[in-house]
Design a protein around this ligand. Structure first.
Ligand code: HPA
Length: 277
């Protein structure tokens, strides 16, 4: 297999061949939050859609009907690379492959990344339908995407993670939310491996560790983005009470349904943020 840097160059060239737009911001859409993908296609007649399987070296999807696509276009004045669909560690990819698309976005020149996800609420303020700005994270995956050989052209061997989630972007998002009369929480996101949901005892452990919400994505992508010094804004859509807090068993359908319900407020917030970037 070609070295990582060469793979990234080949992916980047293939994308630029289709659309020469220089994206400034990357946006990763989480479960049930796909409506912005439709929106960008409607708003920007020049927008182009690249199915992941048409981009050289992109991981190929393991989940049927869940392939995903990269959309390049301008939304609310901001040139954007939008990922509709992401790769998860629980699907079986090595973390290096999970974060590959983020590195491609970095190579395309994004300076900011907005990551979104659906998450289980752990603390009482994080109830289904609420949005939470991610202030910090706890990596419970037992793995790190930067493990192994460090390509120095991507970033340093030991990147700092003190401000993984930009304070500046959180302030900006809070201001946009306030103008929209949208109440938005803030908290710590814990990444659990999945694909089984957590046990009540695991949620108790996370609660005592200071986590406010839990999900199965985002953390590897944020580590890879920070490695490349990309500024990150993370937003969780709380789709359910985490295990043991919820009186009933968790289902993927509930996660998707709440995502869809929260989508209009979420979409408006992102559009407001994009207008300021
Ligand atoms: N746990 C883990 N991941 C999730 C959850 C949860 O409760 N809800 C949505 N994604």
């Amino acid at each position: 297999m070609a070295p990582l840097s060469q793979q990234l160059d080949e992916s980047t060239v293939a994308i630029r061949d289709v659309n020469s737009l220089q994206p400034r911001v990357g946006l990763i859409l989480g479960s049930g939050l796909g409506s912005l993908a439709t929106r960008i296609k409607e708003e920007d007649p020049q927008a182009t859609t690249l199915p992941y399987d048409q981009i050289p070296h992109f991981p190929s999807s393991t989940v049927e009907g869940h392939a995903g696509e990269l959309i390049l276009g301008t939304l609310n004045g901001t040139p954007l690379a939008l990922m509709a669909g992401r790769f998860h560690y629980y699907e079986g990819y090595p973390l290096e492959r999970v974060v590959y698309p983020v590195r491609v976005l970095g190579r395309l020149g994004i300076t900011q990344l907005i990551v979104t996800n659906a998450a289980g609420g752990i603390t009482p303020e994080q109830s289904p339908g609420c949005l939470m700005l991610i202030r910090d994270h706890i990596n419970m995956l037992g793995a790190n995407p930067l493990r192994g050989n460090n390509p120095e052209d991507l970033g340093p061997r030991f990147p700092d993670m003190t401000e993984a989630y930009s304070g500046r972007l959180r302030t900006l998002a809070r201001e946009v939310a306030a103008k929209q009369a949208l109440s938005i929480g803030e908290g710590v996101y814990a990444a659990s491996l999945g694909p089984s949901y957590e046990t009540p005892a695991e949620i108790e452990l996370l609660a005592r560790s200071g986590a406010n919400a839990v999900g199965m994505s985002t953390v590897p992508e944020v580590i890879a983005a920070r490695h490349m010094e990309i500024e990150v804004l993370g937003i969780s859509c709380i789709s359910n009470h985490a295990a043991g807090i919820s009186p009933h068993p968790l289902t993927h359908d509930e996660v998707m349904e709440t995502g869809r319900e929260a989508a209009p407020a979420f979409e408006k917030l992102i559009l407001g943020v994009l207008a300021q970037l």
